[in-house]
Design a protein around this ligand. Sequence first.
Ligand code: FES
Length: 624
Amino acid sequence: MNHDQPKDRIHLTVHEGDRITPVLASRGDTLLSALRAKGFGITAPCGGNGTCGKCRVRIVGGPPLPPPDALEHRLLGAHAAEGERLACRIRLEGDLEIALPRHGTAVIVTDGWLPSAALEPLAVAEEIALPPPALGDQRPDDRRFFDETGCSVPPGLLRELPLRLRRDGFRIGYVYRSDNRDVIRFLAPGEAASVRMLGMAADIGTTTLAAYLLDLRTGQRLATASALNPQRTFGADVISRIEHAESRTEHLDELQRSVTAALGSLAGDLVREAGVSADDLVCLTLAGNTTMMHLLAGLPPGAISRAPFAPASCDALTVEARFLGIPEPVRPDALCVLMPSISGYVGADIVAGILATGLHESGDRNRILVDIGTNGEIVLASGDRMYACSTAAGPAFEGANIHCGMGGVTGAIDKVRLERNHDGTAVLWTAIGQDRPRGLCGSGIVDTMAMLLEAGVVDDTGAFADDPSALPPELAARVVEYERWKAFVLVPADEAAHRSPVLFTEKDVREIQNAKAAVRGGIERLMQKAGLRPDQVSELLIAGGFGSFLNIDSAFRIGLLPEALRGRTRPVGNTAGAGAMMALLDARLPVEALRWMDRVEYVELSADPAFMDLYIDAMMFPEA
Ligand code: FES
């Protein structure tokens, strides 16, 4: 089929709030791929496989579409009656007018406390007056410069050197790399002392991106910015992204472009907020999981998803922004440091987290760092050893496989609790931004699970109560049949406002059981590996956005964390961002990491019978 023929063109009209965008698409494409191609950030956790039910759009106009099949109907639930359809299941055969759901504003943890680090950045500005040539000193300019500064001039800057030297009386400023003393760029006389040396550290999460602007001379943090990872439209988890990257040659470039464009845009946000010039942004330090690092570097990630899970590279990499394709306002010659990873599933974000928490320097203390995101990565430090693993927690804690799950955006229920008083039993919740509730984010999901256990709606096996009438009447009235599942109605439907109910189904309980058992089993397996009892563990640190919002009591109530560590558990915020900032201020840290990473023993859980036993044990919920 020739897609360039006008008859193969489809005109889409896309409504996003008040904005209306005309889009040209190709006949036969899915609506999801047409929207992706034009950069619409449509949520597609299953990567377009038609199984998650999250890529919902509302059909506003156009010729009638074939009705949804049974699967689509089931995934849409009550939303089908509201005119919604799944974008990945619509093949474009005629012009269409659609409305995208309101996404709300993401709440992304950017606290990234600034840990102390020596000021030894990768880019340094200096100035020198060179002795001018003479009949008795005919050294070439680049040799003269090298002899006096110890810095080499790369071929791309050679042409500039003689012109500047002769124009400015052999006084010249220069910015150079502190690791290999290569010149990055030349400056006018007087500029080296006054130029602002800025750096950006970024945590590239599977779901969210967080970025920080730092003054490399003072270590001061000037601005923070965040965004949803635009790659989420290709799937919620790393496996869907890898599958997309492998499905066509150009898809790897597409994924790389999508994240580098977001980094460029975050850099723009940062310099605007700080009121500084992007021209002074000389270094970037980037940390993410191993798949995110591969996609950023344009490396094929496929082998990460297949046994024996060997990545293309785990090394630290320093390249210019132009090599990655990070667009303006980032200068093409800005240095980008990609932090090293430990294995295919313990990435640079965890290396940054170890740096930020000083886990590698724990001395006599036995400490555990847990980062629960789309995967659950765990590191245990004991003596001079460290043990690391990654559990396939799935994206349930990010709302992806949960019927009413959603990201931490406005409208997501983030806190749930039960209140019992003389008037009866009430289910209380709060939603982000005090917006009308549309679903549940991770912390709301864990709270809901804890509340259902506490109220006796769900028992320790994960089954809904056989006889809801034995529950307090306020709770019994909320237990309903939904599709073929039992479900608990957290927020009833609002017929007048065409709002579906916010439900938590039996299937959601199963998802949470699997996810929490994977994390809990991983923690216990590493303790076992290190020969530690829970009472010998000094502290359990919970990293990441989920950890920051998580109600720790609820996490213990559902058995996500071992009860014996209650009282020694604390959230530590975005350690990946904090570690990336440390590495930005002290360029020696990523290199040193390559040395202490040798002390990390990676424990592959997928083929570990001891882990399977712990995982199965952890499927049960703790009894009241
Ligand atoms: Fe369409 Fe998952 S159902 S992306």
